[in-house]
Design a protein around this ligand. Sequence first.
Ligand code: CAA
Length: 388
Amino acid sequence: MVDFTLTDEQKNLRELAHDFAEKEIRPVAWEFDKDGTWPQEIINKAHEVGLMNTHVPEEYGGPGLGFLDGCLIEEELAWGCSGIQTSLGANGLASAPVELGASHEVKEEFYGELIAEPKLASFCLTEPGAGSDVSSMRTRAVKKGDKHVLPGQKCFITNGSHADWYTVYAKTDPDAGHRGMSAFLVRRDDTIVIDKKEDKMGQRASNTATVTFNETEVDAKYILGEENKGFKLAMMTLDRTRPGVAAMATGIARAAMEFAIDYSKERVQFGVPIAMHQAIQFMIADMATKVHLARLATWNSAVLLDQGKRNTLESSHAKRFASDSAMEVATDAVQVFGGYGFIKEYPVEKLMRDAKIMQLYEGTSQIQRLVIARETLLPRRVAEPAAA
Ligand code: CAA
């Protein structure tokens, strides 16, 4: 059965997130973007109304929402401001390897903290010399008794400056390539140095930092999954979180399209609102198609996860298409605004800057194409249609 009808609970959830975005995020989004203001008050409020940590299962005190539910929320909050939503949503990325690889006791401990207070966690994979090529990372985890000791540096870490704990990937067998990586849950302590808060082009209200581990000790119980199986855990994590990124990109595209529609009805040139000109109508039509298809691909990739199926291919389809579409729609929205679109006083300039990162983080559009090509060329996938 193929049915994208939302349940009443899902509609309510979407309305709650939209209201929050409209009342709490939109009014400050452009101001926060200007100075890169950290949205702590919004984080506190989102935590209070239950729009954070929606992934945490009920047995650990969370709402235990599904992946599609999460995407509904993410699209609305990113419609408000994708920078602020990146801050609100990063706990989901840090928690995915915990969900996949931690013991019951460790989940109780770490999820419990996220639910009790508006605390933050970060996902530490990327390094200065290891971006798309994950297995070239240099961070080490050396066994010392029943602990591991981590020396290494991670960069571009979302919420890095504000996180209480980190999910960190490190080499446990440096000669074994991707089969020698492990994942660890690391509490912030004095051995961890946070610096280089990045001054970014877009999503300026999100925090992006460098996190350096100086002989940081980690207990054996905080290894996530099996030792040396960290690479697969990272890939499985990204399969689970890329639908959310696609949902955010859809939110940016929708916001840009709405601003372009409103402006095109007000702006008069050649004696009529520019919305009367076919050149503008076709741009708006293309925007609407891209938003629609981005959402469908996003929902498809999330529903597969909710059904317990592997979604590697669909997740990359959604992330690639929605991110590229967000960039195209935001760029065209600036075009509809003409010269005014280039001015910071008008809203679409920020959206064009924000959209750019969607094609970069959680796997560039080129990496998504690499995954799509590999998955599509595999005979197994051809014999097994997308949503089967
Ligand atoms: N699920 C399970 N296993 C998987 C998998 C998946 N989705 N993808 C690959 N694997 C397995 C393979 O089957 C293979 O297994 P074996 O060891 O049994 O052979 C193994 O993993 C290695 O796979 P590949 O040969 O495909 O690995 P690769 O080195 O060629 O890399 C890649 C593949 C797709 C390029 C991967 O490295 C990748 O996704 N890179 C992008 C990284 C990325 O997205 N970074 C974003 C960082 S997070 C972030 O941006 C958030 C933030 O805070 C800003």
